[in-house]
Design a protein around this ligand. Structure first.
Ligand SMILES: Nc1ncnc2c1ncn2[C@@H]1O[C@H](COP(=O)(O)OP(=O)(O)OP(=O)(O)O)[C@@H](O)[C@H]1O
Length: 550
Protein backbone atom coordinates (compact mmCIF):
# COMPACT_ATOMS: atom_id res chain seq x y z
CA UNK A 1 0.00 0.00 0.00
CA UNK A 2 3.00 2.34 0.47
CA UNK A 3 3.90 4.52 -2.49
CA UNK A 4 6.55 3.15 -4.83
CA UNK A 5 8.73 6.21 -4.37
CA UNK A 6 9.17 5.30 -0.70
CA UNK A 7 11.39 2.44 -1.88
CA UNK A 8 13.85 5.06 -3.16
CA UNK A 9 13.60 7.23 -0.09
CA UNK A 10 16.23 8.23 2.46
CA UNK A 11 16.04 5.07 4.65
CA UNK A 12 16.56 2.80 1.65
CA UNK A 13 19.53 4.86 0.47
CA UNK A 14 20.95 4.82 3.99
CA UNK A 15 20.57 1.04 4.05
CA UNK A 16 22.34 0.66 0.69
CA UNK A 17 25.05 3.10 1.85
CA UNK A 18 25.65 1.09 5.02
CA UNK A 19 25.78 -2.17 3.06
CA UNK A 20 28.36 -0.62 0.68
CA UNK A 21 30.42 0.63 3.64
CA UNK A 22 30.40 -2.89 5.12
CA UNK A 23 31.53 -4.44 1.85
CA UNK A 24 34.21 -1.76 1.55
CA UNK A 25 35.60 -2.50 5.03
CA UNK A 26 35.58 -6.25 4.30
CA UNK A 27 37.34 -5.86 0.96
CA UNK A 28 39.94 -3.33 2.18
CA UNK A 29 40.97 -5.30 5.28
CA UNK A 30 41.10 -8.66 3.47
CA UNK A 31 43.00 -7.33 0.45
CA UNK A 32 45.46 -5.43 2.70
CA UNK A 33 46.44 -8.53 4.63
CA UNK A 34 46.53 -10.59 1.45
CA UNK A 35 48.85 -8.11 -0.32
CA UNK A 36 51.12 -7.81 2.72
CA UNK A 37 51.33 -11.60 2.94
CA UNK A 38 52.60 -11.88 -0.63
CA UNK A 39 55.90 -10.11 0.07
CA UNK A 40 58.96 -11.73 1.52
CA UNK A 41 60.09 -8.76 3.58
CA UNK A 42 60.18 -9.80 7.22
CA UNK A 43 58.95 -6.48 8.56
CA UNK A 44 55.97 -6.47 6.22
CA UNK A 45 55.14 -10.01 7.25
CA UNK A 46 55.29 -8.96 10.89
CA UNK A 47 52.92 -6.07 10.16
CA UNK A 48 50.69 -8.50 8.28
CA UNK A 49 50.60 -10.85 11.27
CA UNK A 50 49.67 -8.01 13.62
CA UNK A 51 47.01 -6.65 11.25
CA UNK A 52 45.50 -10.11 10.87
CA UNK A 53 44.98 -10.23 14.63
CA UNK A 54 43.71 -6.64 14.88
CA UNK A 55 41.29 -6.91 11.95
CA UNK A 56 39.56 -9.81 13.69
CA UNK A 57 37.40 -7.15 15.37
CA UNK A 58 35.72 -6.61 11.97
CA UNK A 59 33.25 -9.39 11.19
CA UNK A 60 33.69 -8.53 7.50
CA UNK A 61 37.39 -9.35 7.74
CA UNK A 62 36.69 -12.60 9.61
CA UNK A 63 34.34 -13.62 6.82
CA UNK A 64 36.57 -12.52 3.92
CA UNK A 65 39.73 -13.95 5.45
CA UNK A 66 37.89 -17.18 6.37
CA UNK A 67 36.61 -17.61 2.81
CA UNK A 68 40.10 -17.07 1.43
CA UNK A 69 41.52 -19.60 3.85
CA UNK A 70 38.81 -22.08 2.84
CA UNK A 71 39.60 -21.58 -0.86
CA UNK A 72 43.37 -21.96 -0.29
CA UNK A 73 42.76 -25.02 1.85
CA UNK A 74 40.57 -26.58 -0.82
CA UNK A 75 43.16 -26.02 -3.57
CA UNK A 76 45.97 -27.32 -1.36
CA UNK A 77 44.26 -30.58 -0.37
CA UNK A 78 42.81 -31.08 -3.83
CA UNK A 79 46.32 -30.80 -5.32
CA UNK A 80 47.77 -33.18 -2.71
CA UNK A 81 45.12 -35.81 -3.38
CA UNK A 82 44.99 -35.41 -7.12
CA UNK A 83 48.64 -35.23 -8.04
CA UNK A 84 50.61 -36.80 -5.20
CA UNK A 85 47.87 -39.07 -3.92
CA UNK A 86 48.61 -38.27 -0.30
CA UNK A 87 45.90 -38.43 2.37
CA UNK A 88 46.42 -35.55 4.84
CA UNK A 89 44.30 -34.85 7.90
CA UNK A 90 42.27 -31.74 7.15
CA UNK A 91 41.72 -29.66 10.36
CA UNK A 92 40.15 -26.50 9.11
CA UNK A 93 38.40 -25.64 12.40
CA UNK A 94 41.54 -25.53 14.53
CA UNK A 95 42.17 -22.24 16.37
CA UNK A 96 44.94 -20.88 14.12
CA UNK A 97 42.97 -21.60 11.01
CA UNK A 98 39.22 -20.94 10.91
CA UNK A 99 38.68 -21.33 14.66
CA UNK A 100 39.62 -17.79 15.62
CA UNK A 101 37.68 -16.30 12.70
CA UNK A 102 34.51 -18.11 13.71
CA UNK A 103 34.94 -17.32 17.41
CA UNK A 104 35.58 -13.63 16.75
CA UNK A 105 32.58 -13.45 14.43
CA UNK A 106 30.40 -15.04 17.06
CA UNK A 107 31.64 -12.71 19.82
CA UNK A 108 31.38 -9.58 17.67
CA UNK A 109 27.85 -10.67 16.68
CA UNK A 110 26.85 -10.72 20.34
CA UNK A 111 28.71 -7.45 21.02
CA UNK A 112 27.11 -5.53 18.14
CA UNK A 113 23.69 -6.95 18.96
CA UNK A 114 24.00 -5.69 22.54
CA UNK A 115 25.33 -2.36 21.28
CA UNK A 116 22.29 -1.99 19.02
CA UNK A 117 19.96 -2.75 21.92
CA UNK A 118 21.89 -0.30 24.06
CA UNK A 119 21.53 2.52 21.55
CA UNK A 120 17.96 1.67 20.63
CA UNK A 121 16.51 1.38 24.12
CA UNK A 122 18.15 4.15 26.04
CA UNK A 123 15.53 3.61 28.69
CA UNK A 124 17.64 0.82 30.18
CA UNK A 125 18.27 1.75 33.80
CA UNK A 126 22.07 1.63 33.60
CA UNK A 127 22.00 3.86 30.51
CA UNK A 128 19.73 6.49 31.93
CA UNK A 129 22.01 6.97 34.93
CA UNK A 130 25.16 7.53 32.95
CA UNK A 131 24.27 8.82 29.51
CA UNK A 132 22.85 12.15 30.44
CA UNK A 133 25.58 12.51 32.97
CA UNK A 134 23.67 15.07 34.92
CA UNK A 135 20.41 13.55 35.98
CA UNK A 136 20.40 15.34 39.25
CA UNK A 137 21.45 18.72 38.07
CA UNK A 138 21.49 21.10 40.96
CA UNK A 139 21.23 24.61 39.70
CA UNK A 140 22.76 27.09 42.03
CA UNK A 141 21.49 30.51 42.86
CA UNK A 142 23.99 32.17 40.51
CA UNK A 143 22.37 30.30 37.64
CA UNK A 144 19.47 32.64 37.69
CA UNK A 145 16.83 31.19 39.98
CA UNK A 146 17.65 33.69 42.73
CA UNK A 147 16.71 36.69 40.58
CA UNK A 148 13.77 34.94 38.96
CA UNK A 149 10.83 37.04 37.83
CA UNK A 150 7.83 36.85 40.18
CA UNK A 151 5.46 35.47 37.51
CA UNK A 152 7.95 32.75 36.63
CA UNK A 153 8.42 31.95 40.31
CA UNK A 154 4.66 31.83 40.87
CA UNK A 155 4.33 29.36 37.99
CA UNK A 156 7.18 27.26 39.43
CA UNK A 157 5.43 27.14 42.80
CA UNK A 158 2.10 26.26 41.14
CA UNK A 159 3.76 23.36 39.28
CA UNK A 160 5.85 22.09 42.19
CA UNK A 161 2.87 22.16 44.55
CA UNK A 162 0.90 20.02 42.08
CA UNK A 163 -1.71 22.70 41.47
CA UNK A 164 -1.51 22.18 37.71
CA UNK A 165 -2.81 18.63 37.55
CA UNK A 166 -5.64 19.65 35.22
CA UNK A 167 -3.25 21.13 32.67
CA UNK A 168 -2.74 19.04 29.55
CA UNK A 169 1.00 19.80 29.51
CA UNK A 170 3.00 20.17 32.70
CA UNK A 171 6.69 21.07 32.45
CA UNK A 172 8.37 20.47 35.78
CA UNK A 173 11.94 21.72 36.36
CA UNK A 174 12.94 20.48 32.91
CA UNK A 175 16.70 20.64 32.38
CA UNK A 176 19.08 19.64 29.61
CA UNK A 177 22.87 19.64 29.80
CA UNK A 178 24.47 18.54 26.53
CA UNK A 179 28.11 18.70 27.53
CA UNK A 180 29.64 16.38 30.10
CA UNK A 181 32.08 19.02 31.29
CA UNK A 182 31.49 19.75 34.94
CA UNK A 183 31.00 23.49 34.47
CA UNK A 184 28.84 23.16 31.33
CA UNK A 185 25.93 25.56 31.18
CA UNK A 186 22.54 23.86 30.74
CA UNK A 187 20.85 24.47 27.38
CA UNK A 188 17.55 24.38 29.28
CA UNK A 189 17.65 25.21 32.95
CA UNK A 190 14.88 24.11 35.34
CA UNK A 191 11.97 25.53 33.38
CA UNK A 192 8.42 25.17 34.74
CA UNK A 193 5.12 25.81 32.98
CA UNK A 194 1.61 24.42 32.86
CA UNK A 195 -0.38 24.69 29.64
CA UNK A 196 -4.15 24.42 29.75
CA UNK A 197 -6.46 22.91 27.15
CA UNK A 198 -7.20 25.36 24.36
CA UNK A 199 -4.22 27.54 25.24
CA UNK A 200 -1.59 28.78 22.79
CA UNK A 201 1.71 29.21 24.61
CA UNK A 202 4.54 31.15 22.97
CA UNK A 203 8.25 30.53 23.47
CA UNK A 204 10.32 33.52 22.43
CA UNK A 205 14.08 33.79 22.56
CA UNK A 206 17.23 34.54 20.64
CA UNK A 207 19.00 31.85 18.61
CA UNK A 208 20.46 29.33 21.01
CA UNK A 209 18.18 30.25 23.92
CA UNK A 210 16.99 26.63 24.29
CA UNK A 211 13.58 26.58 22.59
CA UNK A 212 14.25 23.68 20.21
CA UNK A 213 15.94 21.71 22.99
CA UNK A 214 12.80 22.15 25.10
CA UNK A 215 10.72 20.81 22.20
CA UNK A 216 13.12 17.93 21.68
CA UNK A 217 12.73 16.91 25.31
CA UNK A 218 8.95 17.27 25.19
CA UNK A 219 8.76 15.05 22.10
CA UNK A 220 11.11 12.42 23.53
CA UNK A 221 13.81 13.09 20.92
CA UNK A 222 16.38 13.82 23.65
CA UNK A 223 16.34 12.67 27.24
CA UNK A 224 16.02 15.37 29.88
CA UNK A 225 19.05 15.67 32.17
CA UNK A 226 16.73 16.66 34.98
CA UNK A 227 13.09 17.29 35.76
CA UNK A 228 10.19 15.89 33.79
CA UNK A 229 7.21 16.84 31.67
CA UNK A 230 3.76 15.28 31.62
CA UNK A 231 1.56 15.30 28.53
CA UNK A 232 -1.94 14.10 29.29
CA UNK A 233 -0.50 12.42 32.39
CA UNK A 234 2.26 10.54 30.50
CA UNK A 235 5.85 11.28 31.48
CA UNK A 236 8.41 12.08 28.76
CA UNK A 237 11.06 10.22 30.77
CA UNK A 238 9.09 7.06 31.49
CA UNK A 239 6.38 6.75 28.84
CA UNK A 240 7.61 8.22 25.56
CA UNK A 241 5.16 6.13 23.50
CA UNK A 242 2.21 7.42 25.54
CA UNK A 243 3.49 10.98 25.09
CA UNK A 244 3.99 10.64 21.34
CA UNK A 245 0.48 9.28 20.88
CA UNK A 246 -0.85 12.60 22.18
CA UNK A 247 1.22 15.14 20.32
CA UNK A 248 1.86 16.52 16.91
CA UNK A 249 5.20 18.17 16.13
CA UNK A 250 6.21 20.53 13.37
CA UNK A 251 10.03 20.59 13.63
CA UNK A 252 12.20 23.61 12.89
CA UNK A 253 13.54 21.98 9.72
CA UNK A 254 11.07 20.19 7.46
CA UNK A 255 11.47 16.44 7.89
CA UNK A 256 9.98 15.63 4.50
CA UNK A 257 10.85 13.06 1.90
CA UNK A 258 11.54 14.93 -1.35
CA UNK A 259 10.21 12.05 -3.43
CA UNK A 260 6.84 11.72 -1.69
CA UNK A 261 3.90 13.97 -2.53
CA UNK A 262 2.02 15.87 0.22
CA UNK A 263 -0.84 13.38 -0.12
CA UNK A 264 1.53 10.42 0.26
CA UNK A 265 3.12 12.05 3.30
CA UNK A 266 -0.26 12.52 4.93
CA UNK A 267 -1.37 8.96 4.09
CA UNK A 268 1.85 7.65 5.58
CA UNK A 269 1.52 9.66 8.82
CA UNK A 270 -2.21 8.95 9.03
CA UNK A 271 -1.40 5.24 9.03
CA UNK A 272 1.22 5.78 11.71
CA UNK A 273 -1.45 7.58 13.74
CA UNK A 274 -3.67 4.54 13.38
CA UNK A 275 -6.44 6.34 11.53
CA UNK A 276 -8.87 3.65 10.25
CA UNK A 277 -8.57 2.89 6.51
CA UNK A 278 -12.16 3.90 5.75
CA UNK A 279 -11.54 7.41 7.12
CA UNK A 280 -8.06 7.79 5.65
CA UNK A 281 -8.94 9.57 2.42
CA UNK A 282 -11.39 11.99 4.02
CA UNK A 283 -8.90 12.87 6.80
CA UNK A 284 -6.09 13.42 4.29
CA UNK A 285 -8.29 15.51 1.98
CA UNK A 286 -9.50 17.62 4.93
CA UNK A 287 -5.88 18.22 6.03
CA UNK A 288 -4.83 19.26 2.54
CA UNK A 289 -7.76 21.67 2.26
CA UNK A 290 -7.26 23.06 5.78
CA UNK A 291 -3.70 24.09 5.00
CA UNK A 292 -4.40 25.20 1.44
CA UNK A 293 -2.30 22.45 -0.14
CA UNK A 294 -5.01 21.18 -2.50
CA UNK A 295 -3.20 22.43 -5.65
CA UNK A 296 0.07 20.78 -4.68
CA UNK A 297 -1.26 17.51 -3.28
CA UNK A 298 0.26 15.37 -6.04
CA UNK A 299 3.58 17.14 -6.56
CA UNK A 300 6.81 15.77 -5.07
CA UNK A 301 7.59 17.52 -1.77
CA UNK A 302 11.12 18.26 -3.03
CA UNK A 303 9.67 20.61 -5.66
CA UNK A 304 7.45 22.58 -3.24
CA UNK A 305 8.35 26.12 -2.17
CA UNK A 306 9.73 26.70 1.35
CA UNK A 307 6.41 28.10 2.60
CA UNK A 308 4.41 25.16 1.24
CA UNK A 309 6.85 22.74 2.86
CA UNK A 310 6.20 24.47 6.20
CA UNK A 311 2.45 24.14 5.57
CA UNK A 312 2.89 20.44 4.90
CA UNK A 313 4.94 20.00 8.10
CA UNK A 314 2.18 21.79 10.01
CA UNK A 315 -0.48 19.63 8.34
CA UNK A 316 1.43 16.52 9.48
CA UNK A 317 1.65 17.94 13.02
CA UNK A 318 -2.10 18.50 13.32
CA UNK A 319 -3.10 15.28 11.57
CA UNK A 320 -5.41 13.15 13.67
CA UNK A 321 -6.26 16.04 16.03
CA UNK A 322 -3.68 15.41 18.77
CA UNK A 323 -4.46 17.23 22.03
CA UNK A 324 -1.04 18.95 22.12
CA UNK A 325 0.71 20.45 19.11
CA UNK A 326 4.28 21.78 19.05
CA UNK A 327 5.07 24.21 16.27
CA UNK A 328 8.73 25.23 15.96
CA UNK A 329 8.84 28.42 13.88
CA UNK A 330 5.95 27.24 11.68
CA UNK A 331 5.73 30.40 9.58
CA UNK A 332 9.43 30.91 8.79
CA UNK A 333 9.77 31.43 5.04
CA UNK A 334 6.03 32.02 4.48
CA UNK A 335 4.64 35.03 2.65
CA UNK A 336 2.33 37.34 4.69
CA UNK A 337 -0.85 35.86 3.17
CA UNK A 338 0.18 32.27 3.89
CA UNK A 339 1.26 33.34 7.38
CA UNK A 340 -2.14 34.82 8.13
CA UNK A 341 -3.79 31.71 6.72
CA UNK A 342 -1.76 29.55 9.09
CA UNK A 343 -2.59 31.86 11.99
CA UNK A 344 -6.28 31.37 11.38
CA UNK A 345 -5.71 27.57 11.31
CA UNK A 346 -3.92 27.74 14.66
CA UNK A 347 -6.67 29.95 16.10
CA UNK A 348 -9.32 27.46 14.96
CA UNK A 349 -7.34 24.64 16.53
CA UNK A 350 -7.13 26.32 19.91
CA UNK A 351 -10.48 28.11 20.09
CA UNK A 352 -12.79 25.70 18.28
CA UNK A 353 -11.12 22.32 18.66
CA UNK A 354 -9.73 23.01 22.16
CA UNK A 355 -6.22 21.85 21.23
CA UNK A 356 -3.19 23.20 23.08
CA UNK A 357 -0.45 24.69 20.97
CA UNK A 358 3.12 25.49 22.01
CA UNK A 359 4.73 27.76 19.49
CA UNK A 360 8.17 29.26 18.94
CA UNK A 361 8.61 32.19 16.65
CA UNK A 362 10.93 35.10 15.97
CA UNK A 363 7.93 37.19 14.92
CA UNK A 364 6.53 39.29 17.76
CA UNK A 365 3.48 40.05 15.64
CA UNK A 366 2.75 36.34 15.39
CA UNK A 367 3.10 35.76 19.13
CA UNK A 368 0.89 38.73 19.84
CA UNK A 369 -1.74 37.49 17.40
CA UNK A 370 -1.82 33.89 18.58
CA UNK A 371 -0.49 33.38 22.08
CA UNK A 372 -2.62 33.61 25.17
CA UNK A 373 0.55 33.48 27.27
CA UNK A 374 4.17 33.72 26.34
CA UNK A 375 7.62 33.65 27.80
CA UNK A 376 11.01 34.99 26.74
CA UNK A 377 13.75 32.39 27.08
CA UNK A 378 17.32 33.53 27.75
CA UNK A 379 20.18 31.07 28.27
CA UNK A 380 17.75 28.27 29.06
CA UNK A 381 15.72 30.26 31.62
CA UNK A 382 12.22 31.70 31.39
CA UNK A 383 12.71 35.41 31.99
CA UNK A 384 9.07 36.44 32.14
CA UNK A 385 5.65 34.83 31.77
CA UNK A 386 2.22 36.14 30.95
CA UNK A 387 0.01 37.59 28.24
CA UNK A 388 1.64 40.00 25.79
CA UNK A 389 -0.30 42.91 27.31
CA UNK A 390 0.87 41.94 30.80
CA UNK A 391 4.50 41.79 29.66
CA UNK A 392 4.24 45.10 27.86
CA UNK A 393 2.72 46.76 30.92
CA UNK A 394 5.22 45.21 33.26
CA UNK A 395 8.46 45.52 31.32
CA UNK A 396 7.68 48.07 28.64
CA UNK A 397 6.04 50.75 30.78
CA UNK A 398 5.24 54.01 29.03
CA UNK A 399 4.95 55.07 25.43
CA UNK A 400 6.97 55.35 22.29
CA UNK A 401 6.74 58.70 20.42
CA UNK A 402 7.83 58.81 16.74
CA UNK A 403 8.28 62.15 14.94
CA UNK A 404 8.87 63.15 11.35
CA UNK A 405 10.66 66.52 11.29
CA UNK A 406 9.48 69.04 8.74
CA UNK A 407 12.54 70.08 6.74
CA UNK A 408 14.54 67.19 5.33
CA UNK A 409 17.35 69.34 3.83
CA UNK A 410 18.38 71.18 6.97
CA UNK A 411 19.84 69.53 10.01
CA UNK A 412 19.05 72.62 12.06
CA UNK A 413 15.34 71.89 12.04
CA UNK A 414 16.00 68.50 13.64
CA UNK A 415 18.04 70.25 16.34
CA UNK A 416 15.15 72.68 16.85
CA UNK A 417 12.74 69.78 17.30
CA UNK A 418 15.10 68.10 19.78
CA UNK A 419 15.38 71.33 21.78
CA UNK A 420 11.63 71.81 21.66
CA UNK A 421 10.94 68.29 22.95
CA UNK A 422 13.51 68.49 25.73
CA UNK A 423 12.00 71.77 26.93
CA UNK A 424 8.35 70.66 26.71
CA UNK A 425 8.69 66.98 27.60
CA UNK A 426 11.69 66.70 29.96
CA UNK A 427 10.89 63.00 30.74
CA UNK A 428 11.27 61.98 27.08
CA UNK A 429 14.44 60.04 26.21
CA UNK A 430 15.74 59.99 22.65
CA UNK A 431 15.99 56.34 21.54
CA UNK A 432 16.62 56.55 17.77
CA UNK A 433 17.54 59.21 15.24
CA UNK A 434 17.44 58.38 11.49
CA UNK A 435 17.75 61.37 9.14
CA UNK A 436 14.56 63.38 9.90
CA UNK A 437 12.90 60.73 12.04
CA UNK A 438 13.20 60.68 15.80
CA UNK A 439 11.90 58.20 18.35
CA UNK A 440 11.45 59.03 22.02
CA UNK A 441 10.65 56.81 25.00
CA UNK A 442 8.22 58.27 27.56
CA UNK A 443 8.45 56.38 30.82
CA UNK A 444 6.27 58.60 32.96
CA UNK A 445 2.97 57.02 34.07
CA UNK A 446 1.21 60.29 35.05
CA UNK A 447 -2.47 60.31 34.00
CA UNK A 448 -2.00 63.71 32.33
CA UNK A 449 0.88 62.47 30.18
CA UNK A 450 -1.14 61.60 27.09
CA UNK A 451 -3.04 64.90 27.05
CA UNK A 452 0.20 66.80 27.54
CA UNK A 453 2.00 64.94 24.72
CA UNK A 454 -0.85 65.47 22.27
CA UNK A 455 -0.96 69.18 23.09
CA UNK A 456 2.80 69.59 22.62
CA UNK A 457 2.78 67.68 19.33
CA UNK A 458 -0.16 69.60 17.92
CA UNK A 459 1.62 72.87 18.70
CA UNK A 460 4.76 71.60 16.95
CA UNK A 461 2.70 70.67 13.90
CA UNK A 462 0.96 74.05 13.88
CA UNK A 463 4.35 75.84 13.87
CA UNK A 464 5.58 73.51 11.06
CA UNK A 465 8.33 72.03 13.23
CA UNK A 466 7.15 68.50 12.49
CA UNK A 467 5.19 66.91 9.64
CA UNK A 468 3.54 64.08 11.57
CA UNK A 469 3.88 62.02 14.72
CA UNK A 470 2.59 58.83 16.29
CA UNK A 471 2.28 57.72 19.86
CA UNK A 472 2.10 54.02 20.76
CA UNK A 473 2.52 51.75 23.71
CA UNK A 474 5.92 50.09 24.07
CA UNK A 475 5.90 47.02 21.81
CA UNK A 476 6.58 43.40 22.63
CA UNK A 477 9.72 43.71 20.54
CA UNK A 478 11.07 46.33 22.98
CA UNK A 479 10.44 43.91 25.85
CA UNK A 480 12.12 41.10 23.92
CA UNK A 481 15.18 43.22 23.10
CA UNK A 482 15.49 44.20 26.74
CA UNK A 483 15.90 40.52 27.74
CA UNK A 484 17.83 39.52 24.65
CA UNK A 485 20.74 41.81 25.55
CA UNK A 486 21.44 39.47 28.50
CA UNK A 487 22.13 36.52 26.22
CA UNK A 488 24.95 38.12 24.21
CA UNK A 489 27.29 38.31 27.20
CA UNK A 490 26.59 34.75 28.29
CA UNK A 491 27.06 33.35 24.77
CA UNK A 492 30.68 34.38 24.68
CA UNK A 493 31.17 32.97 28.12
CA UNK A 494 29.65 29.67 26.98
CA UNK A 495 31.86 29.44 23.91
CA UNK A 496 35.03 30.02 25.88
CA UNK A 497 33.99 27.43 28.47
CA UNK A 498 32.95 24.83 25.94
CA UNK A 499 36.04 25.21 23.77
CA UNK A 500 37.79 21.84 23.44
CA UNK A 501 40.55 21.80 26.06
CA UNK A 502 44.08 22.17 24.71
CA UNK A 503 45.12 18.77 26.13
CA UNK A 504 42.52 16.90 24.07
CA UNK A 505 43.41 18.93 20.97
CA UNK A 506 47.12 18.15 21.37
CA UNK A 507 46.47 14.44 21.98
CA UNK A 508 44.36 14.32 18.85
CA UNK A 509 47.09 16.05 16.81
CA UNK A 510 49.73 13.67 18.19
CA UNK A 511 47.66 10.57 17.32
CA UNK A 512 46.97 11.70 13.75
CA UNK A 513 50.67 12.54 13.22
CA UNK A 514 51.71 9.07 14.46
CA UNK A 515 49.16 7.28 12.28
CA UNK A 516 50.25 9.38 9.28
CA UNK A 517 53.95 8.60 9.79
CA UNK A 518 53.32 4.84 10.28
CA UNK A 519 51.15 4.62 7.16
CA UNK A 520 53.73 6.61 5.16
CA UNK A 521 56.49 4.21 6.19
CA UNK A 522 54.29 1.22 5.40
CA UNK A 523 53.42 2.57 1.97
CA UNK A 524 57.09 3.28 1.25
CA UNK A 525 58.02 -0.30 2.14
CA UNK A 526 55.21 -1.77 0.03
CA UNK A 527 56.24 0.32 -2.97
CA UNK A 528 59.89 -0.76 -2.50
CA UNK A 529 58.73 -4.39 -2.46
CA UNK A 530 56.63 -3.87 -5.58
CA UNK A 531 59.58 -2.26 -7.37
CA UNK A 532 61.99 -5.00 -6.40
CA UNK A 533 59.41 -7.60 -7.50
CA UNK A 534 59.10 -5.89 -10.88
CA UNK A 535 62.87 -5.62 -11.13
CA UNK A 536 63.32 -9.33 -10.47
CA UNK A 537 60.49 -10.57 -12.67
CA UNK A 538 60.41 -8.17 -15.58
CA UNK A 539 63.81 -6.51 -15.57
CA UNK A 540 62.21 -3.11 -15.96
CA UNK A 541 64.74 -1.42 -13.72
CA UNK A 542 67.63 -2.45 -15.88
CA UNK A 543 66.51 -0.25 -18.74
CA UNK A 544 67.54 3.14 -17.25
CA UNK A 545 70.95 1.69 -16.37
CA UNK A 546 71.39 0.52 -19.89
CA UNK A 547 70.47 3.96 -21.22
CA UNK A 548 73.00 5.55 -18.83
CA UNK A 549 75.85 3.33 -19.96
CA UNK A 550 75.19 3.82 -23.64
N1 LIG B 1 23.05 18.28 20.03
C1 LIG B 1 23.61 19.27 20.69
N2 LIG B 1 24.81 19.10 21.29
C2 LIG B 1 25.38 20.09 22.01
N3 LIG B 1 24.83 21.31 22.20
C3 LIG B 1 23.64 21.54 21.62
C4 LIG B 1 22.96 20.54 20.83
N4 LIG B 1 21.79 21.07 20.39
C5 LIG B 1 21.74 22.33 20.87
N5 LIG B 1 22.83 22.61 21.60
C6 LIG B 1 23.14 23.87 22.32
O1 LIG B 1 22.04 24.13 23.18
C7 LIG B 1 21.75 25.52 23.19
C8 LIG B 1 20.28 25.72 22.83
O2 LIG B 1 20.07 25.35 21.46
P1 LIG B 1 18.61 25.29 20.77
O3 LIG B 1 18.74 24.68 19.44
O4 LIG B 1 17.67 24.66 21.73
O5 LIG B 1 18.29 26.86 20.65
P2 LIG B 1 17.02 27.57 20.02
O6 LIG B 1 16.50 28.50 21.05
O7 LIG B 1 16.07 26.59 19.47
O8 LIG B 1 17.70 28.40 18.82
P3 LIG B 1 17.07 28.77 17.39
O9 LIG B 1 16.14 29.92 17.60
O10 LIG B 1 18.27 29.17 16.61
O11 LIG B 1 16.40 27.55 16.85
C9 LIG B 1 22.72 26.18 22.21
O12 LIG B 1 23.78 26.74 22.96
C10 LIG B 1 23.21 25.04 21.36
O13 LIG B 1 24.53 25.27 20.95
Amino acid sequence: MYPASFVFSVPSFAFVGLACANIFIGVITTVTTFVLGVFEDEDLRAVDAVLKEVFLIFPHFCLGDGLMKLAANHIYYFALQQYIDVEVKNEIFKWDYLGKNLTCMFLSGIFYFLLTLFLEFRGLPFWSCSASGAHNVIVSAEDGLAKEDEDVRAERIRINQNQAIDDILVIKNLTKVYSRFKDARPAVNQVCAGIKRGECFGLLGLNGAGKTTTFKMLTGAVRPSGGDALIGGCSVSRDVDGVRAQLGYCPQFDALDPLLTPREHLVFYARLRNIPSRQLQSVVDASLMKLGLGHYSDRCAGTLSGGNKRKLSTAIAILGNPPVIFLDEPTSGMDPRARRFLWSCVRRLTREAGRSVVLTSHSMEECQALCTRLTVMVNGHFKCLGSSQHLKNKFGGGYSLSLHCADSSSGDRVTDVKNYISSKLPDATLQEHHHTRLRYQLLSKQPSLLANVFQVMEEARATALILDYSLSQTTLEDVFLQFASEQGEADEDLHSRHARPAVIRNCFKCCTATVRSISNRLLKRISMQVLSFLERRLGIYQQPNRIKTM
